[in-house]
Ligand binder design. Structure first.
Ligand code: NAP
Length: 555
């Protein structure tokens, strides 16, 4: 049995994004010998990579930032209600520097494979720089949307202009003025880019397969006085986020949809549409997520707002989704997105009617027309939630990879543990509370829980933990069951595991990725497991320092 001294680290955290930064802070505070491995050249995760124009929070900035340090809350001034990527990256660097975390991070090292060794209760990590590192525990902080998926069109390599996925938007300034630009995709990312660059490019052509329901962000700046008021309110802000299903300040309307007269419902929607953030989605009636007729009514309301904003009625109709209702996919928030289509230099091509047939040297061809472009932007989304895990060869107790085990969809215990993969923790894993909530709020919950769990493991002198197969099955059934009442189970979205560019992830088979019970229920569940002495998890190990073997199962 390897002792702690024979290991390179006790804990390796993979990923230096929002989760990895907080996780290493907690571990180093406890004096744990830990490091963070990050494949990128620097920290920041999502906010390091997504440098496309218009990239910004859809969470109110002051609900997105970390809550763990009063000093940090007092020192940082959010400049906008929904802060933009450069500022968000500055914030994460500020946090890392303030707490001197960078010295615990290693950049430009991608973990290619992980092998669990049950003889030593340790993981061996194989890095792409040729190194191998051994540690007792691995914490996966990989991000939910960090495995970009470009499309698979013929001829993509032949294009002579610039082309890239939005995740790989160039770091150096890219002058788009007077350029002919194509954007493929109309998800949340494309919607931000289109709105931002419409008046800055020569010509912009949007290739849309399916429209999304989008609603106004209603962003604004935050003055010194406003920031002071926010600081005074931070305790309340985080308490509200902990109380609401989505982890935002937006509280659902608890009245019954049908108990409120139609004029009152419309008056509510009129108000919410003009308010900042996700109010129109999350301060709405619960029935819009579960009841077809209620959903149809809010959808028709939003369609009306789109028709008011887009001058050409034919273009407006194309921008209104017909295959799903409002809110059953995550709602992109926008700033003058619909108005972009009123400009002469912005064109919409419906590729559900005339599909893209190939990328050419000078642009692309659809079944109807050839187009010339200087730049092609693939805003085609991500192999969400499990994609980043699938890209690492993670070998568990029987040598089988996690990718194989999750072939038909993930199964976890609490979204944090996987049977067959001992000593691996996922503070924001598939089926955890993070994806369906204001992400950092979910992350803090997950990181805090995992850190407390590791403290328990260390205090017990255990060197191995693993969830039971039964506990994992129970949790996965619980997560699956929650989808059954939600209209979103039918949606072609990453919440159901849909991605047309990933073989096996096409529409038709739901992957139960997301815990839909909301923050309070999730926290209650994971707290309950802790209070029951970590029921559902087996522990084993060599007590330290005695060195004698010991095995026990928690109650
Ligand atoms: P996405 O929502 O998955 O959208 C991808 C788009 O590309 C869809 O319109 C899709 O059409 C289209 N597409 C994919 N493959 C295609 C192909 N081969 N041919 C033609 N069209 C294709 O991805 P995303 O926009 O990057 O957003 C993903 C998530 O990131 C969002 O849901 C959100 O959670 C997060 N996000 C957040 C913010 C923020 O404000 N904080 C901003 C951006 C993104 P189909 O629908 O027909 O497949």
């Amino acid at each position: 049995m390897a002792t702690r001294d024979e290991l390179d680290y006790e804990v390796i955290v993979i990923g230096a994004g929002v989760a990895g930064i907080y996780q290493i802070k907690r571990l180093t505070d406890l004096g744990v010998n830990a490091t963070v491995l990050e494949s990128a050249a620097d920290l920041g995760g999502t906010w390091y990579h997504n440098r496309y124009p218009g990239a910004r929070f859809d969470s109110e900035s002051y609900t997105y930032g970390y809550s763990f340090s009063r000093e940090l809350l007092d020192e940082w001034h959010w400049k906008e209600r929904f802060s933009s990527q450069p500022e968000n990256l500055r914030y994460l660097n500020f946090v890392a520097d303030k707490f001197d975390l960078r010295r615990h991070m290693q950049f430009n090292c991608r973990v290619q494979a992980m092998h669990y060794d049950d003889n030593t209760h340790s993981w061996r990590l194989v890095l792409d720089d040729g190194r191998e590192l051994r540690c007792r525990f691995v914490i996966m902080a990989l991000g939910l949307l960090s495995a970009p998926t470009p499309p698979r069109f013929d001829g993509m390599e032949s294009f002579k202009g610039r082309s890239f996925h939005t995740y790989h938007w160039p770091h150096e300034p890219l002058d788009l003025s007077a350029k002919k630009v194509a954007i493929i995709g109309t998800g949340a990312t494309a919607i931000q880019i289109i709105a931002e660059i419409a008046d800055k490019v020569g010509d912009l052509t949007v290739f849309q397969r399916r429209p999304n329901w989008a609603a106004p962000l209603n962003n604004s700046t935050i003055s010194d006085a406003e920031m002071a008021a926010i600081r005074a309110r931070y305790d309340d802000i985080f308490a509200t986020c902990a109380r609401t299903p989505g982890g935002f300040e937006h509280e659902p309307d608890r009245r019954g949809f049908y108990d409120v007269p139609r004029e009152e419902r419309v008056a509510l929607w009129d108000r919410l549409y003009d308010e900042p953030g996700f109010g129109i989605w999350l301060q709405n009636f619960a029935e819009i997520f579960t009841d077809e007729a209620a959903n149809a009514e809010i959808s028709e309301y939003i369609a009306g707002r789109i028709r008011e904003r887009v001058k050409d009625p034919q273009v407006a109709e194309k921008l209104i989704p017909k295959d799903h209702g409002f809110g059953v996919q995550r709602v992109p928030l926008e700033t003058h997105y619909y108005e972009a289509y009123n400009r002469d230099n912005v064109h919409l091509v419906d590729i559900s009617e005339t599909p893209i047939t190939r990328i050419t040297e000078t642009g692309l061809s659809t079944s109807a027309e050839d187009f010339d472009f200087d730049v092609i932007v693939y805003a085609t989304g991500f192999d969400a939630i499990t994609g980043a895990y699938d890209r690492i060869g993670i070998h568990g107790t029987d040598g089988r990879t996690l990718r194989e085990q999750w072939h038909d969809g993930p199964a976890t215990f609490l979204g944090m543990f996987v049977h067959g993969f001992p000593n691996m923790l996922m503070p924001a894993g598939p089926q955890s509370g993070s994806a369906s909530t204001n992400y950092p709020r979910g992350i803090e919950t997950g990181v805090n829980w995992c850190t407390e769990f590791l403290q328990h493991v260390r205090a017990e002198g255990a060197t191995r933990f693993e969830p039971t197969a039964e506990a994992e099955q129970r949790w996965t059934e619980h997560v699956t069951k929650m989808y059954s009442t939600m209209l979103m189970r039918k949606a072609k979205s990453w919440f159901t595991g849909y991605n047309s560019n990933v073989p096996g992830h096409e529409h038709g088979k739901v992957r139960y990725f997301v815990y839909n019970g909301g923050t309070p229920k999730y926290v209650k569940r994971i707290t309950g497991v802790r209070d029951e002495g970590y029921a559902g998890i087996t522990f084993a190990g060599t007590p330290i320092p005695e060195g004698s073997a010991r095995k026990r199962t928690a109650a």
